[in-house]
Design a protein around this ligand. Structure first.
Ligand code: NAD
Length: 331
């Protein structure tokens, strides 16, 4: 099939090109993000392949339908950026990569925890300046801490297994409880209880109308003083304004985020020569106990390969009229 591939980065091109021959699709790699202006570049293609910050709302979908696009192949797990209902009404199918390497994201969440808890981000810079002082570098153990996990899907479960290995007590909240997790000792509790009892909270649920700003002034008030907050899921789960307030009062002990609500115009680009206009992320970067990575939790060789293979297979299944096991369907 002819695929218009938006928001291409060098690592996408490499991982997809490694497997293209096996599937026989023709891909046009486009550097630009998908929006109402760039969608016209998909003319002559049947499939659009897009990533997390390509927002596909009704207006863009209308244009896609006119161009004859039949399938949107998301090369990511989350699909909150797509108006699925409007796509369905226009007869455009949407497929995704539900689980490419849950461990990649879970391990990154732990990388954020370990960096912040042992201040290796500060130590790295100090040592490079021949400053071998340990003043201000006192950390905390992870062993024995109570960790709250919100969402025990593929990534949340991988995260729980790692936390178990560290000797943590694990509390979880999910709309569906998982038996394997219960067997390894995870205790499911109501959300408020998980927030109240945890010293570290890691978010692994999707962004939906129900979970938007799950972390807000009210829910922060239930949490312990010095709570560590980790978000590798979606930026919109956190009300950034409320979190900044809680960092100022030291209610939050440290914050590690790989996602940010307004990341769309910032992440995945080199803006080192620009003046950043986003006041909230600028403020977050001033805190010594905040670590921000630019949506890289998925970025491992293993995950990229799996993303390419699943996306290409999704497109082949569509072409051959086979059941779309990775179709995004809403009730
Ligand atoms: P998943 O679908 O396997 O699991 C999501 C879990 O969240 C499910 O168990 C579901 O029941 C639960 N859930 C849904 N609504 C909930 C609610 N209101 N409260 C509590 N739990 C709820 O998804 P996954 O593969 O584990 O991915 C989780 C999220 O991680 C994705 O939605 C995506 O946004 C994010 N993600 C981020 C990156 C990254 O690079 N940072 C990469 C992949 C995925």
């Amino acid at each position: 099939m002819k695929v218009a591939f938006f928001s291409t980065k060098s690592y996408d091109r490499e991982s997809f090109q490694n497997h293209l021959q096996d599937f026989g699709h023709q891909i046009s790699f486009l550097d630009v993000q998908l929006d109402s202006r760039t969608v016209s570049l998909a003319e002559g293609h049947e499939v659009i392949c897009s990533f997390v910050n390509d927002h596909i709302q009704k207006g863009i979908l209308d244009k896609m339908a006119k161009l004859g696009i039949k399938l949107i192949a998301l090369r990511c797990a989350g699909y909150n950026q797509v108006d699925i209902k409007a796509a369905k009404e226009l007869g455009i199918k949407v497929v995704r990569v539900p689980a490419y390497s849950p461990e990649a994201v879970a391990e990154h969440a732990f990388a954020l925890i370990l960096t912040l808890s042992r201040k290796t981000h500060k130590a790295y810079n100090r040592v490079r300046e021949n400053n071998f002082s340990l003043e201000g570098l006192t950390g905390v153990n992870i062993h024995g801490k109570t960790v709250g996990v919100i969402g025990t899907g593929a990534i949340g479960r991988a995260f729980c297994r790692i936390a178990k290995g560290f000797g943590c007590k694990i509390l979880a909240h999910d709309v569906v409880e998982n038996e394997e997790m219960k067997r390894i000792g995870v205790t499911y509790l109501p959300l408020k209880e998980v927030f109240a009892q945890s010293q570290i909270i890691s978010l692994h649920c999707p962004l939906t109308p129900e979970t938007k700003h799950l972390i807000n002034a009210e829910t922060l008030s239930f949490m312990q003083k010095g709570v560590a907050l980790i978000n590798t899921s979606r930026g919109g789960l956190i009300d950034t304004k409320a979190v900044i307030k809680s960092l100022k009062t030291k209610k939050i002990g440290f914050l590690g985020i790989d996602v940010y609500e307004q990341e769309e115009h910032i992440f995945f680009q080199n803006l080192s020569e620009e003046i950043l206009q986003d006041e909230q992320i600028s403020r977050l970067m001033t805190f010594p106990n905040v670590l921000i990575t630019g949506h890289q939790a998925f970025l491992t060789k293993e995950a990229l390969e799996q993303i390419a293979l699943t996306t290409l297979k999704n497109i082949t299944d569509f072409e051959e009229g086979k059941p779309l096991i990775n179709e995004v369907v809403i009730s």
